[in-house]
Design a protein around this ligand. Structure first.
Ligand code: SF4
Ligand code: SF4
Length: 431
């Protein structure tokens, strides 16, 4: 493994890259903290972009994006401590941007309510929408109204079913597939038109390359682009393809908003005080195709029955088919939505802190994160900015973190890599 990699300026070592120490004097830890900051800024940009598309902006967020990027320019900042502080500032700005995006989603589509979503194909022409962009789905649903084209969500679009102003459309039929990385199988299997609205889209297989469309920031080579939310070519393609055959359906529940969860606050308090709820877990983040990611399913499967699991982002697909039941009316598996809905989990946690009169780290709440791409880096720094300690992270440690950075995260926040699920549960539950 190289100590660092930087080839951003003309001084770069041997004209190929500074890998041990910068020709400019940049230390590996500084280079890695700059990389980390860029990753967090990329994640924030995704949320900020989606919020901007819905017509909202925050000048503090925009200013921080610029300042953060500028701090990584050659010969500007060689101070590791300051770059950690900038990571925490990125976390703070990301809290702001997630709040802004969540509010924009609620303003446009209503506050999510729990929804049972049909999983599987129904008969008729079909469009599958993947990504995170609710505005794209809304516009598509408007344009399919009155046709027999069924619109299915894929991956992180699942929580769209919870929003009243989206689920009111009859054409919103259900969900096909799980997390982003099953798309090559799912899109090959179902003879549908496909719209990729954002990450995480993959280079298509030949089987469906002629029926996938992209839009906005998502782009694929030689693939038609939906311009100005005009989905006519997509709808025409879905009709031309003929349609799907019906298959046996299952259901999953999504769409818990903060209001739904907090309407149970008194009951939750009573159950916690009676020892019937021992702990809350937030198990979520990005899913990945690594065998080690099965940890998250095993972890949730092996939790004792007196705990409640909050989840969000596509990591939920590792276990959201499990029926965990409820504790006297409080569901044991609560899907809060997309990755940006990490802010809903934060709001719920802070409301529970008020309810019990304790600080965030006194609350019986353990966060078990899975990360894949850079939105998760932004969310991690948001949680660190909020001072959350004792989190578990996996399936692998971030490669941008060298020993110095890991030592800092462990010593300051007790951030721990995931291990064996059963041993981790025992440790957390104090057994
Ligand atoms: S900024 Fe420094 S570390 Fe990066 S390429 Fe230039 S000399 Fe090397
Ligand atoms: S949660 Fe992360 S990995 Fe999953 S689809 Fe969203 S951005 Fe991609």
């Amino acid at each position: 493994m190289v100590d660092m990699f930087c080839y951003q300026c003309s001084q770069t070592a041997k004209g190929t890259g500074c890998t041990v120490r910068g020709v400019c004097g940049k230390e590996p830890t500084v280079a890695r903290l700059q990389d980390n900051l860029i990753f967090a800024l990329k994640g924030m940009s995704a949320y900020n972009y989606n919020a901007n598309v819905l017509g909202v902006k925050d000048s503090d967020v925009d200013e921080f994006l610029t300042k953060g990027l500028y701090s990584t320019l050659t010969n500007v900042n060689f101070d590791a401590e300051d770059l950690i502080n900038l990571g925490l500032e990125a976390g703070e700005a990301n809290v702001k941007v997630m709040k802004m995006l969540k509010q924009a989603h609620i303003d446009h589509y209503g506050e999510p309510e729990p929804a049972e979503v049909k999983v599987g194909a129904q008969e008729g022409p079909a469009i599958i929408v993947t990504g995170h962009d609710l505005k794209a789905l809304d516009e598509l649903l408007k344009q399919t109204e009155g046709t027999d084209v069924k619109v299915y969500t894929h991956s992180e679009m699942l929580p769209a079913h919870g929003y009243p102003e989206l689920r009111k459309y009859e054409n919103l039929a259900g969900q096909l597939g799980g997390a982003w990385f099953d798309q090559k199988d799912i899109f090959s299997k179902y003879n549908a038109a496909i719209v990729a609205t954002s990450n995480c889209v993959l280079l298509p297989k030949d089987e469906y390359a002629d029926r996938i469309f992209t839009m906005d920031v998502a782009k694929l080579p030689d693939t038609p682009v939906v311009e100005n939310y005009d989905f006519k070519p997509v709808i025409d393609k879905a009709i031309e393809l003929g349609g799907l055959d019906a298959e046996e359906l299952t259901t999953i529940t999504t769409g818990f908003g903060a209001s739904t969860v907090l309407s149970l606050a008194d009951k939750i308090k009573e159950l916690v005080e009676a020892g019937k709820i021992k702990r809350f877990f937030l198990v979520g983040g990005c899913d990945g195709p690594f065998p080690k990611s099965n940890y998250y399913r095993e972890f949730v499967q092996n939790l004792p029955e007196d705990v409640v699991v909050l989840t969000l982002a596509c990591g939920k697909f590792k276990f959201n088919d499990l029926d965990l039941g409820d504790i006297e009316g409080v569901p044991r598996l609560i899907d809060l939505g997309q990755c940006n809905d990490a802010i809903v989990a934060v709001d719920i946690a802070l409301a529970l802190c008020d309810l019990f009169g304790v600080g965030l780290n006194e609350l019986p709440l353990t966060i078990v994160l899975s990360w894949m791409e850079q939105k998760a880096a932004a969310i991690l720094w948001s949680l660190l900015y909020l001072g959350k300690t004792d989190m578990l992270i996996g399936p692998v440690l971030p490669a941008w973190a060298n020993e110095d950075i890991l030592n800092y995260l462990v010593n300051t926040y007790n951030l721990t890599p995931i291990g064996d699920p059963i041993e981790d549960i025992k440790k957390i539950m104090g057994e």
